[in-house]
Design a protein around this ligand. Structure first.
Ligand code: GUN
Length: 294
């Protein structure tokens, strides 16, 4: 059994990107620049955004953070997006979600130019992903693909069962694992809360991607010997044994499932740390105009 080390893989990718930045600078090119917009004071969002900005600085990217109070109007936020769409310094930007209730996430996402949508949330970029065209793949699915690639995990012809059909993980993962390419070429079963014979399906799976948000849901009796298990769960619960006072729980009963697996991602330290690497890779792509040209 091999434990997939997402932290180490993410750090490796960050070092590779930093080396690219050095080359870009040496050649007199424009340094990639990521902007982030943070609305309100949600603790989780603050931490995520601060860490994104800090990582940009560490690897040599330019970065900017724009903060708005919870009370910002939708119109003002949309105006900021227009500005960022037209700012030549900014190669890509993200609007940290969730937003306050009076602002429509969908309206905001659709206002971002697909060319700068390094989160890969714009319907145009999701459509391009479904068509296997160059695009920005969103952070979690892209991070999973990178882990499969870096560990050279065979996917062609394998049966991949995805548990959960969310717009941000399950649905795109099912498309990506089925597409013609590597990682991909799987026979995919996308399962969800109305699936009737989930255990039977999982027992047939060579690869299981658990992304439903229920701690410990995937148990050992659902996993065949030698399966690859990717755990996307990140349920945060209060804990007295950690310094932060929080603990992250995956969707997999790790202790019981791991001994049966050929590869497994732990929580924390598996898929989670890869999301920042994905965002940076997308920003590098944006600065190189690899998706839309120009
Ligand atoms: N909130 C939680 N995850 C994400 C993410 O990947 N991007 C954005 N914009 N907001 C988030």
């Amino acid at each position: 059994m091999i434990i997939i080390d997402g932290k180490k893989t993410s750090e490796q990718i960050q070092e590779e990107i930093a080396a690219e930045v050095v080359k870009i600078k040496a050649a007199g090119g424009k340094v990639p620049h990521l902007a982030a917009v943070l609305v309100g004071n949600d603790g989780g969002s603050e931490t995520y955004v601060a860490s994104k900005v800090k990582t940009c600085e560490r690897i040599g990217f330019g970065s900017s953070l724009f903060r708005f109070p919870d009370s910002v109007t939708e119109a003002d936020l949309l105006q900021k997006i227009d500005e960022l769409n037209n700012d030549p310094i900014v190669d890509g930007f993200i609007i940290q979600l969730p937003l306050p209730k009076h602002i429509s996430d969908q309206k905001v996402i659709e206002r971002i130019s697909p060319k700068k949508d390094v989160d890969g949330f714009h319907p145009v970029n999701i459509g391009r992903m479904a068509l296997n065209l160059p695009t920005y793949i969103s952070a979690t699915p892209f991070g999973i693909l990178k882990l499969l690639e870096r560990y050279a995990i065979e996917t062609t012809g394998k049966h991949c069962v995805v548990i959960g059909r969310s717009n941000i993980v399950g649905s795109p993962m099912s498309i990506l694992m089925a597409r013609n390419g590597y990682p991909g070429n799987c026979t995919v079963t996308l399962t969800h809360s109305k699936t009737r014979n989930l255990k039977e399906l999982c027992l047939q799976a060579d690869i299981i991607i658990a992304a439903l948000g229920k701690p410990g849901f995937l148990t050992a009796d659902m996993v065949k010997d030698g399966a690859v298990v990717i755990d996307v769960g990140i349920t945060r619960i209060k804990s007295e044994t950690t310094k932060s006072g929080w603990k992250l729980l995956g969707d997999v009963d790790y202790e019981a499932v791991a001994p049966k697996c050929s590869y497994i991602t732990p929580v924390p330290g598996g898929v989670g740390p890869m999301t920042i690497a994905s965002l940076l890779l997308n920003t590098l792509k944006a600065s190189r105009r690899e998706v839309y040209g120009g």
